[in-house]
Write a protein that binds this ligand. Structure first.
Ligand code: ADP
Length: 396
């Protein structure tokens, strides 16, 4: 059985074709600049040469057609006919309160997704475009929606309610939803395997530290709290996002700098985080390089970043009443030795003892604490595509 996984953004479409018997990736790629001049598809079938196809793509339907052509191409393809695709798994960012699990997509689900678009105006509409396009091109292939928010739907009300008038929750569904759920779930499952324990017996904190970053508290396999909220802006400092700030700063700034709500959104989402503090870059590689050249603001950006992660780890350990393991994943969590080291420094009181030799590793599953560390720290590369493919297979 082969599952096509699609992740549709506003102008891009990432895809992977996965053989579910072996869970091997047969082909993967990305269509970029959809609807913009200069669009192209970068495609690579496993074991074959990478190709770039420069072709105009006015919309997601055109992009999916080219991707499917690539997949069945005699020279650089991975399958001989589209009939080999048994199902399509779509990443959907926001499932609101309606979807606590992945679902088979039908008209009713699509209508509910439209409703959720209000909560994620940048993400859900392109997800839906991908779903509609697939339906037209592959009308008989079942499709599954896998939501970033679903895994966090187990959070108790005490975690997801904001201390705002309760009517606003009822009227507008203003609450914490949490994101990166597919990744948090995947790495938690892998961690349990690596520790040789059942998720039921574990209190875990998963740190997804990429361009966007979030932390989740996972007790007995269920998300009980997470740092991202109503939108993916809350929580940790990120590449360009501010994360937690005093909400009163927003109205103060609007008045002082004469900002519109759009300006403010742009400032908090695109100009803040480690980019905002350092003035150097949103990419941690650039910031770490600047620090080694003595750049003070770059150093401060990292210190703010690390402290925020540490603070959440402490908070979530307290919330769960204990901690068995901390898991690092995504670009920075998987690759930055310094980040794991700095975040875990001073957490000996939680039973964490980092082994600096074991921690000197990138991008592979490993335990980075000493053998006598009572709380383990793990590096687990995330694999959201595989998780989406597994959920798709399970449902169909
Ligand atoms: P996203 O999927 O959210 O775009 P990723 O999970 O790919 O992000 O993470 C990207 C980030 O990971 C980059 O911005 C970079 O800061 C960080 N990163 C990747 N490799 C390294 C590395 N070797 N050292 C430090 N940071 C890294």
């Amino acid at each position: 059985m082969k599952v096509l996984v699609l992740n549709c953004g506003s102008s891009s479409l990432k895809y992977q074709l996965i053989n579910m018997e072996t869970e091997a990736v047969l082909a993967k790629g990305v269509a970029e600049r959809i609807g913009i001049a200069g669009s192209f598809v970068k495609h690579e079938a496993t074991g074959k040469e990478k190709v770039i196809i420069d072709e105009a793509m006015d919309n997601h339907k055109a992009a999916i057609k080219i991707v499917l052509d690539c997949l069945v191409n005699k020279v650089h393809g991975a399958i001989s006919s589209m009939d080999e695709i048994s199902a399509v798994g779509h990443r959907v960012v926001h499932g609101g309160e309606k979807f606590a699990e992945s679902v088979i997509i039908n008209d009713e689900v699509k209508a509910t997704l439209e409703e959720c678009s209000e909560l994620a105006p940048l993400h859900n509409p392109p997800n839906l475009m991908g779903i509609n396009a697939c339906e037209e091109i592959l009308p008989n292939v079942p499709m599954v929606g896998v939501f970033d928010t679903a895994f966090h739907q187990t959070m108790p009300k005490s975690s997801f309610l904001y201390a705002l008038p309760y009517e606003l929750y009822e009227k507008y569904k203003i609450r914490r939803y949490g994101f990166h759920g597919t990744s948090h779930k995947y790495v938690a499952m892998r961690a349990a395997d690596m520790l040789g324990k059942s998720l039921e017996d574990l209190k875990l904190i998963t740190c997804h530290l990429g361009n966007g970053a979030s932390i989740a508290a996972i007790n007995k396999g269920k998300s009980v709290d997470t740092s991202m909220g109503f939108t993916p802006l809350e929580g940790l400092a990120m590449g360009t996002r501010c994360g937690d700030i005093d909400p009163a700063i927003t109205t103060y700034l609007m008045e002082k700098e004469n900002l519109t709500s759009g300006d403010l959104n742009n400032l908090m989402n695109k100009k803040s985080g480690v980019l905002g503090i350092s003035g150097v870059s949103s990419d941690f590689r650039d910031i770490e390089a600047a620090v080694s050249e003595g750049n003070e603001r770059a150093n401060m950006a990292l210190e703010v970043y690390y402290k925020r992660v540490k603070k959440y780890i402490g908070a979530y350990a307290a919330e769960m009443g204990g901690l068995d393991a901390v898991i690092f994943t995504a670009g920075l969590g998987e690759n930055s030795v310094e980040t794991r080291q700095a975040v875990c420094e001073g957490l000996e009181f939680l039973g964490i003892k980092i082994d600096s030799d074991k921690n000197n590793v990138r991008g592979k599953e490993t335990i980075v604490t000493t053998d006598d560390s009572t709380t383990k720290v793990l590096l687990v590369p995330t694999n959201e595509e595989l998780m989406i493919a597994r959920e798709t297979k399970a449902l169909i």
